[in-house]
Design a binder for this molecule. Structure first.
Ligand code: FAD
Length: 398
């Protein structure tokens, strides 16, 4: 029996892959949330502004799991793993025997002291339940203070501004999305937000909650009717640590997605894995990684010996902008493809030998797929050709 702990994107994808690869044994997919596995990216975007029914967020119809012979246990937190006995324990139940185990426990949103007792509604955005509460609060005219100008904070800012709220984003960093964007793109995204009426309070020092809103050490106090905290995530590693697995800000896996116990694998947001495109190991918190690593983990659990080597990448939707990245961005020489001030352009990053390291696209979904191909091939391309939008990226670097 293969057991999977964590019924979200990575867990779901792994279960599906096991069946696609012909595994006929028992699969147990266990989740502590009550919902059928659902997609998180819409929670800070469409789910806050659109009218689509909630079941549109589900990764699959509930009936699919039974059709595939995948036993789905929801609302069932796994309390312990015993690697020696090859068992896991759900709630206070009897130990369940596994042959191989996959940990896809993901991450949870980081919180701030005083959030639970705040007289002003204060939310993080990680679960469907969080999004339900937040959506109900985003009424026109409501003063929304968002702590954290990272991707989630800026997406919520866009959704709240679209809903007609008065939005202020506060961060100790001096630019938006500073962890993933180079400074010129931070400035571009900041301008996008201010043009929609969002106030940015950057370089604000440290931020704390007050009975009337928030307080910052460098930019004063701010009154608010609703607070959103988007200050990053913490990987859910407690089970792995208690089981004696190697953990360092993420469950450590090798390139085959195997933990320090050969019968226990891990995939998705919870892992720290060898970076296939650079030195050291990394933790990624994005959809493509969770999906791709889960596929590799499932295949390796069935005896394949495939190294996980997917190119990293993410996307974010804010207003009418789809921002995407692939590979390593912000390093090496930069080539602009398109008009920098427009709503459609690409930045391509190369090393001294002309090898394409990464790309960043604004409303360039199609070309970003081809840019990914260049990064995967480690193609060396003349930057003058990359800069010319008339050149077909598919044909470059062949
Ligand atoms: C609001 C939001 C917007 C996002 N937008 C984007 C985007 O635009 N682009 C992008 O690339 N990525 C985005 N992401 C990130 C992406 O959704 C995650 O990378 C992805 O969900 C990771 O999947 P996962 O299965 O590894 O972990 P998770 O989705 O975190 O799932 C882990 C699951 O395991 C459960 N679990 C934990 N411990 C236990 C236990 N002991 N027993 C049972 N179950 C347990 C958790 O409750 C959870 O259900 C977004 C994330 C959020 C929250």
């Amino acid at each position: 029996m293969i057991a999977i702990i964590g019924a979200s994107l990575a867990g779901d994808m792994a279960a599906a892959t096991l069946r696609q690869e012909g595994y006929a044994g028992q699969i147990l997919l266990i989740g502590d949330e009550p919902e059928v596995p659902y997609d998180r990216p819409p929670l800070s975007k469409e789910a806050l502004v659109g009218d689509a029914p909630e079941n549109r967020l589900y990764l699959r119809a509930e009936s699919w799991y039974a059709e595939q012979g995948i036993e789905l246990r929801l609302g069932a937190p796994v309390m312990a793993i015993n690697p020696t006995a090859h068992t896991l324990q759900i709630g206070s139940g009897e130990p369940i025997k596994y042959e191989k185990l996959l940990i896809t426990t993901g991450a949870r949103a980081r919180t701030l002291p005083g959030m639970e007792t705040s007289p002003i509604p204060a939310y993080v955005v990680r679960t469907l339940e969080d999004a339900r509460h937040l959506r109900a609060g985003l009424q026109p005219g409501v003063r929304v203070a968002i702590i954290g100008a990272g991707v989630i904070g800026m997406e919520v800012a866009a959704s709240a501004a679209t809903r007609g709220c008065q939005v202020t984003v506060v961060d100790f960093a001096d630019r938006v999305m500073s962890r993933i964007l180079p400074p010129d793109l931070s400035a571009y995204m900041a301008e996008l937000h201010t043009s929609h009426g969002v106030t940015l309070l950057l370089d604000a020092g440290s931020v704390s909650l007050t009975p009337t809103g928030i307080s910052t050490t460098k930019r004063g106090d701010l009154e608010a009717d609703l607070i959103v905290i988007g200050i990053g995530v913490v990987p859910n590693t407690e089970l792995a640590t208690a089981a004696g697995l190697a953990v360092r800000d993420g469950v450590i896996v090798n390139e085959y997605c195997q933990t320090s116990d050969p019968d226990i694998y891990a995939a998705g947001d919870v892992t720290r894995y060898p970076n296939p495109f650079g030195p050291g190991d990394i933790r990624s918190e994005n959809w493509k990684h969770a999906q791709n690593q889960a596929v590799t983990a499932a295949r390796n659990m069935l005896g394949k010996h495939e190294a996980y080597a997917a190119v990293s990448g993410m996307w974010s939707d804010q207003y009418d902008v789809k921002l995407q990245t692939v590979g390593n961005i912000g390093t090496g020489t930069t080539t602009l493809r398109g008009e920098a001030k427009s709503r459609k352009f690409m930045l391509i990053y190369q090393n001294e030998a002309g090898v394409v390291l990464g790309a960043l696209g604004i409303n360039q979904a199609k070309d970003m797929r081809f840019a990914q191909g260049l990064v995967e091939k480690r193609a060396s391309v003349d930057s003058a050709l990359l800069a010319d939008p008339k050149q077909d990226l598919r044909k470059l670097g062949a």
